[in-house]
Ligand binder design. Structure first.
Ligand code: SAH
Ligand code: AVI
Length: 313
């Protein structure tokens, strides 16, 4: 965990246009690559939720345990009464631990997956019936305008899940700058970042025995077919996970198992057997990945961290 000090949301139509743009561009460039954020339609979010409970995916249980252990340390630094703004809230599964510790004045979950966002806050409002919740549907890679009701409140950004690891270093710095701009002067940001560990632990975390992560990755192709008039032969692709030693990162790809031809939004594409679409990076805090250096580079001041080690990390 790192705790540091420190528009306009995209609507439905703009998110659709951004998806179309990123897919058409990503299939045209070499190497082919589509940003990781498009994994999260409703089904992708359900699958990610299933991933968080897999024995191989240690990140969620480890981060939960660190949050519980560090709760009073975090609360002492933040004080109470801040509005908690969560970037990429998903199922908000880790949020109750933080909310209970910091006694917030409001909660603002931000997510690109609208369906999931609303379902999650329904659950959360049962646990915290007196808490004001202001959901924001949008893409956190740009500066967002937060709800007027919280603008006069001191804010605490929350960015768990090692989602920052999905961004290579220059993009991670830009992302933190945007988040700082979204939160405004005097805010704090709590970031959860995974530590570098053995490849024998990392690879299965992204290539589990039950094939849930494979389904999560392949779902991107189903999404292209249903939302962008695609004819991608999904069965002709396989989930491929690689350790990139030079960049010290896990990479997720979709590999063509044979020569394929398909169309997306009326545009023809062909891929030769073995060609891949790069769909995600997961970088950890390690030697070649100075995740901590992103914090000062983005103009933020580090307060604590990297903090707690957990025996299961
Ligand atoms: N915070 C949760 C969920 C992490 S999964 C946890 O720690 O378990 C990543 C979440 O971020 C997903 O819910 C996804 O929909 C969301 N997300 C990914 N990229 C995003 C973006 N660019 N803008 C907004 N939300 C994004
Ligand atoms: C939330 N997040 C940053 C996950 C990760 O570890 O990269 C997403 C994920 N995708 C597949 N497995 C996990």
């Amino acid at each position: 965990m790192l705790l540091c000090q420190s528009n306009r949301p995209l609507g439905f139509a703009e998110i659709d246009l951004a998806f179309r743009h990123d897919v058409l561009k990503g299939l045209s460039i070499r190497p082919r690559a589509i940003p990781a954020r498009w994994h999260y339609d409703r089904w992708g979010s359900e699958l990610f939720d299933a991933i968080t409970t897999l024995p191989e995916y240690y990140l969620t249980r480890t981060e939960r345990s660190i949050l519980s252990k560090a709760a009073s340390e975090i609360a002492a630094l933040t004080g109470s009464g801040r509005a908690v703004v969560e970037f990429g809230s998903g199922s908000s599964a880790k949020t109750p631990t933080l909310l209970s510790a910091v006694n917030p004045s409001a909660y603002v979950p931000i997510d690109i997956c609208t369906d999931f966002l609303w379902r999650s806050i329904e659950q959360l409002s049962k646990t915290f019936p007196d808490l004001s919740i202001y959901p924001v549907e949008g893409d956190f890679t740009g500066e967002l305008r937060l709800p007027a009701a919280i603008q006069s409140m001191p804010q605490l950004g929350f960015f768990p899940g090692s989602t920052i690891g999905n961004f290579v270093v220059p993009a991670a710095v830009d992302l933190l700058r945007s988040m700082a701009a979204t939160l405004g002067q005097g805010s704090m940001l709590l970031i959860g970042i995974d530590r570098l560990k053995s490849v024998d632990v990392l690879l299965p975390a992204y290539d589990d025995a039950q094939g849930i992560t494979a389904a999560f990755n392949l779902n991107l192709l189903h999404r292209i077919n249903s939302e962008l008039r695609g004819s991608v032969p999904v069965d002709a692709f396989r989930h491929l996970v690689r350790w990139n030693d030079a960049e010290e990162r896990i990479e997720m790809h979709l590999e063509a198992a044979c020569d394929v031809r398909f169309a997306v939004e009326g545009r023809p594409f062909s891929m030769a057997k073995g060609e891949t679409i790069h769909t995600k990076n997961s970088l950890n805090m390690g030697r070649a990945t100075p995740a901590c250096s992103c914090v000062p580079a983005a103009g933020l001041r580090s307060q604590i961290g990297p903090t707690t080690r957990d025996s299961s990390q």
